[in-house]
Design a protein around this ligand. Sequence first.
Ligand code: MF3
Ligand code: CO
Ligand code: CO
Length: 316
Amino acid sequence: MRIQLKSREEIRLQRESGLVAASILDDMCKAAKPGVSTWDLDRMARAGIDKHAKAIEAKIYECARAFARGKPPLEMVELAKTFSGVRDITPETTTAKVDDIVRGEIDQHTVKSAFLNYAYPPYPAVVCTSINEVIVHGIPRKNEVLRDGDVIGIDFGIFMHGLCADTARTVMIGNVSPANRKLVETTEKCLDVAIDLCRVGNRIGDLGAAVEKYAKTHGYSVVTKFVGHGTGRQMHEDPQVPNFGTAGSGKRLKSGLVIAVEPMVNAGAPDVETLDDQWTAVTKDRSMSAHFEHTIAILDEGPWVLTRPTSTPGNP
Ligand code: MF3
Ligand code: CO
Ligand code: CO
């Protein structure tokens, strides 16, 4: 698929998606404590999706009702810029037609999991929970309970307004060894190093080279089997965004490009093994691994980290 550059309006909507994803991920990170199962985290995320979906559905109904009454207040006219089908509704519109329009708008704008049933075999959860030597794509399980000293990568993605937000963090549970703490902190720093390079005119290879160098300088390896990616109407769009490579190589970053940057850093070797469930990716040497991810819009003014609430256009 060719690279899909986004309009300013699409990026505004993808930011809303990013904020919802970030808020649900944050709830999971706060809940991740010894004794909590990865299944509990998945249930939490599903509840978060439902809550945000209901809220947006209620807004669409309210907006449609205001148009059906006639002379909608300014606030509803504003909302109808996003839910544009609603603008066709007048007091003359039949109830059946109103319902039709509302259903269509809900379909386009509501919140859905980006992960559930993804690919083959269909991914069975709304979150990936990757503990210790699991790199990514760990499946939540009832009998998998967090313990003191664990590190857990929590990766969460949604579609809202039909636009994907994909974001992950590695959380330290209780007292984590200094070595594991350093791995997690270095991986987070790798992401920040890459985000700073998300500027028009830089190249994809610049990001990978910087991440690889930062990780290796600290004695770690980067995973090459999985890469970051463009993200938008599809979770995984072009271009691929590797965590390795050569500065000055690869495609140039353009204004309107939205990418998910996601360093996966191993304490040992970079090699990956996939478990029998066909999803769980572990380090072949069973060394520890960490993962951080943000969805980032590249704008003329600089990076906008769509999944970081404090970020503004040009201020990561
Ligand atoms: N969110 C992952 C990524 O960062 C992909 C998850 S695959 C799924 O690209 F099956 F879990 F959805
Ligand atoms: Co992800
Ligand atoms: Co991703």
